[in-house]
Design a protein around this ligand. Structure first.
Ligand code: NAG
Ligand code: NAG
Ligand code: NAG
Ligand code: NAG
Length: 416
């Protein structure tokens, strides 16, 4: 079995250590370990080095911290305090022990622990399905900040929340904590969404946002709900601005501007979607430039949309923005009108050729021998004109022009 040789090996190491060190160094756990709430979804852990700890000149000590909460945390530090972002509504328990900072052969001390009890409240009363999104808008105010970040959150009332429950939402970003002032309500007039037109959130922020929905009611204690959001994941990037598209023959050129954002231009990637409304042509391309040229195959109207996302060079990959408002280039009219003119031209030529052939061969004359009365000839002509008028205009003009050239005598050859 594998563990046996390992144990022997460890044993040897310990013996060797014991031999090489004059006294065996035993690590003692830290003392006075405390944990307290330092802010919205934030705890401060503090401890002191054990005063009875023997000191060795060349041995540095550190601490290993384990936190059990809604999400666990596990880290090592040389400090004797740390501030952590933690959802507190399920309670928190934390432990710390002394560890050798560099010398891995020394065994760690035992653990010391502290606990924060979950906040009071009846089960099922806390807000559920909390989602939040941020958005950057250009700031009106000619201050040093050209952009401001808005925050919108929504949630649903807990299953067991009484009808008179009133929820309150607050967020914390870095050291700033703010309570929401603008709410919208569900059918029972309970707050279920909230809007901050401007916040302390950094438009280029890479860290976490803490949000808490607490509440009050005459009939039950409402349990608060904490949630942490990664800013890159909830940032609703604006779509690119000023999208223009031009078509020149088969050359389609699309341009757009950087979205309204605190991030500089080089931080964005774009996706262009070109859709031929007539020919069903579809193309999607991802790029980092602000323009795109394409060769389009066919005469059609094209619908062009562009969307943006912050690229991984500047912040962790987040979701795409919405598509920009569609712009159109090219025209559907061109192709059908060309076809139509061609068709008419063909028909005219056919008619002309046919009439010529008829005249040469005297088919008409042979089939219906002419009646040599000029008065009747004119009548036939008038009747024909009237008849032809009900048909296409082109046919009529053709007949007339022929008559003009060749006179009434040959009328029988034209009419068929
Ligand atoms: C631990 O706390 C006690 C009581 O507050 C205090 O007297 C003592 O000095 C503290 N120990 C250390 C190592 O700070
Ligand atoms: C919360 O979300 C889940 C899944 O998305 C859904 O099934 C549930 O109905 C939602 N609860 C409320 C109260 O809206
Ligand atoms: C910007 O200014 C306009 C009018 O000047 C005002 O209606 C609007 O609320 C302002 N927007 C912000 C975000 O301050
Ligand atoms: C796109 O075409 C325009 C001319 O229509 C040209 O000036 C521009 O350099 C081209 N851009 C790219 C990226 O090829």
């Amino acid at each position: 079995m594998a563990p046996t040789p390992l144990l022997i090996l460890l044993g040897t190491t310990v013996i060797l250590q014991a031999d090489s060190l004059p006294e065996k160094l035993l690590l003692l756990p830290p003392v006075n370990f405390t944990m307290k709430v330092a802010g919205l979804a934030q705890v401060l852990l503090r401890w002191e080095p054990n005063p009875d700890q023997q000191q060795e000149r060349n041995i540095k000590l550190g601490y290993h911290v384990k936190i059990r909460a809604l999400e666990d945390d596990d880290y090592e530090t040389k400090n004797t305090h740390s501030k952590r972002m933690i959802a507190l509504h399920r309670g928190v328990s934390a432990s710390v022990r002394t560890i050798p900072w560099e010398d891995g052969s020394l065994p760690a001390s035992s653990w010391v622990s502290a606990e924060l009890r979950p906040p009071a409240g009846s089960p099922g009363t806390s807000a559920v399905n909390l989602t939040c999104a941020t958005n950057t808008v250009a700031s009106n105010l000619t201050r040093s900040k050209p952009y401001q970040v808005s925050l919108h959150c929504s949630w649903a009332a807990g299953q067991e929340a009484p009808e008179d429950t009133q929820y309150v939402l607050s967020y914390r970003y870095d050291t700033h904590t703010e309570e929401c002032q603008e709410y919208s309500q569900d059918s029972l007039s309970r707050n279920t969404a909230c809007w901050f037109p401007r916040t302390f959130i950094d438009g280029k922020g890479r860290d976490m946002l803490a949000v808490r929905v607490s509440g009050r009611s005459q009939r039950a204690a409402i349990r608060p709900h904490d949630q942490l959001f990664a800013l890159y994941a909830i940032d609703r990037v604006n779509p690119p601005g000023d999208v223009t598209a031009e078509i020149d023959g088969t050359h389609l050129s699309v341009r757009w501007g950087k979205p309204v954002s605190a991030f500089p231009a080089h931080c964005f990637k774009y996706e262009v979607k070109i859709h031929g409304t007539r020919n069903g042509y579809c193309q999607r391309e991802t790029m980092t430039t602000n323009e795109y040229n394409s060769t389009v195959s066919d005469a059609s109207k094209y619908c062009i949309e562009v969307r943006a996302a912050v690229s991984s060079g500047c912040r962790q990959d987040g979701p795409w923005s919405a598509w920009s408002r569609p712009v159109y280039a090219g025209s559907d009219e061109q192709k059908p009108s060309t076809e139509w003119i061609l068709l008419l031209l063909m028909a005219t030529i056919c008619l002309f050729v046919l009439s010529l052939t008829c005249r040469t061969c005297h088919v008409w004359t042979k089939l219906f021998p002419p009646i040599p009365t000029p008065k009747r000839n004119i009548q036939v002509f008038i009747a024909t004109i009237n008849y032809e008028k009900t048909g296409s205009v082109e046919t009529e003009s053709e007949v007339v022009s022929y008559v003009e050239e060749h006179g009434l005598v040959d009328l029988e050859d034209v009419v068929f």
